[in-house]
Design a protein around this ligand. Structure first.
Ligand SMILES: [Zn+2]
Length: 195
């Protein structure tokens, strides 16, 4: 597992160059199709969506081999949950947009029918979420959401269809987080050179 910085070019459709006022939560997504790589997703966000006039992106994208790509720096907005339907109180305080306060992570599935992730993707997701919870003082059991929780979209599919696995995933993140706290790990040195 590696963390690879590959930031999108600034453009209104995927990297709008807007700063988040704060990071209150993490939102998990799936990309919807198997057989893709994070570079495919990067190309989509960086070049292709502009042609369609769509707005879409994520802060991170985790590949099937467990590599974590940082597409947009943590302190910048990504367009990952666009809808006014959310009823979550924390979001209402921020223009009704999870985008302004939530760090987004896209995961590429190994199987598009079930939506399941590889063990490598799952492990990287647990690590990345735990690290962000330490860094931004988030509670892994309360501050991690599915895209579904925000707008009702079936995303990430596997964890919408398997509520027990979703609860299990959050507990795994909590254990990893607890281990990091116990070891005194901090991640403040990350993201120093973002542009
Ligand atoms: Zn989503």
């Amino acid at each position: 597992m590696k963390i690879i910085e590959k930031f999108l070019d600034y453009n209104p459709y995927s990297r709008p160059k807007k700063l988040k006022p704060s990071i209150k939560t993490i939102t998990i997504h799936w990309t919807g199709r198997e057989g893709q790589s994070a570079i495919n997703i990067w190309n989509w966000f960086n070049y292709h969506i502009q042609k369609y006039g769509k707005f879409s992106s994520s802060n991170d994208c985790i590949d099937v081999d467990g590599n974590i790509f940082k597409f947009i720096p943590e302190n910048e907005i990504s367009w990952h949950s666009i809808s006014g339907k959310t009823n979550l109180d924390y979001v209402k305080k921020y223009k009704n947009e999870p985008n302004y306060v939530s760090h987004s992570i896209e995961c590429i599935p190994k199987n598009e029918k079930t939506g399941e992730f590889t063990e490598e993707t799952k492990g990287a997701l647990i690590y990345r979420c735990a690290m962000l919870c330490v860094k931004y003082d988030l509670n892994p059991l309360k501050d991690i959401y599915r895209h579904y929780d925000h707008v009702g979209k079936v995303c990430p599919k596997y964890y919408v269809h398997n509520e027990d696995k979703w609860e299990e995933l959050k507990k795994s993140i909590f254990l990893a987080y607890y281990g990091m706290i116990y070891l005194g790990l901090t991640f403040d040195g990350e993201d120093k050179n973002e542009s």
